[in-house]
Write a protein that binds this ligand. Structure first.
Ligand SMILES: NC(=O)c1ccc[n+]([C@@H]2O[C@H](COP(=O)([O-])OP(=O)(O)OC[C@H]3O[C@@H](n4cnc5c(N)ncnc54)[C@H](OP(=O)(O)O)[C@@H]3O)[C@@H](O)[C@H]2O)c1
Length: 159
């Protein structure tokens, strides 16, 4: 099973705001995210899930929280208390791929185990106080997948 991390990062490293507000709205980038992740399980932190407000359609939504009493009104959403458990579940389900969709805390947990990263680099700086964690470019081979007006998409494969 491929563990794929997907993120959009502004030129200044920002990925969002801790208030939960989005730092930008670029529908073409969101479309790329939707098309790429459609049909696969997506794993996210509790804060990102609450920012979304509802599960993403056509994907198994898995939410990570350390709170054993955490509940959501959406019955189809699976809750796990660790990334390892969530990954194990997807492996047992024989999923071909799983996407780690953020936020910063969950990206940090997943960086050491991700096989690939699909990174949109936005062509602008954004306001925000949540940043993508640092990683060593030398550990990855980078390939440009797309060049759009407001963003570029790169595939990073672990060496
Ligand atoms: N630009 C992008 O591509 C992108 C993508 C996704 C998100 N974002 C942005 O990222 C921001 C949210 O990121 P964030 O770092 O603040 O929060 P987050 O990673 O979405 O969620 C953090 C929460 O995940 C749970 N968690 C963390 N470590 C865990 C562990 N080891 N085991 C189980 N659960 C764990 C905890 O939930 P509990 O507190 O319930 O225990 C923690 O509060 C938002 O601004 C969002 O818009 C941007």
């Amino acid at each position: 099973m491929i563990i794929s991390l997907i993120v959009a990062i502004a030129k200044n490293g920002v990925i969002g705001k801790s208030s939960g507000e989005m730092s930008w709205h670029v529908s073409e980038e969101f479309r790329h995210f939707k098309n790429t992740t459609k049909g696969f399980p997506v794993i996210m932190g509790r804060k990102t899930f609450e920012t979304l407000g509802k599960p993403l359609k056509d994907r198994l939504n898995i939410v990570l929280t350390k709170n054993p009493d955490y509940k959501t009104q959406f019955e189809e959403v699976l809750i796990f208390s660790s990334l390892e458990e969530a990954i194990k579940f997807c492996k047992e389900k024989k999923c071909e791929k799983v996407f780690i969709i953020g936020g910063a805390e969950i990206y940090k947990l997943a960086l050491p185990i991700a096989d690939e990263m699909i990174i949109s680099i936005m062509k602008f700086e954004a306001e925000g106080d949540v940043f993508f964690p640092e990683f060593n470019e030398a550990d990855w081979t980078k390939e440009k997948l797309m060049d759009k007006e407001l963003f570029e998409v790169y595939l990073y494969k672990r060496n």
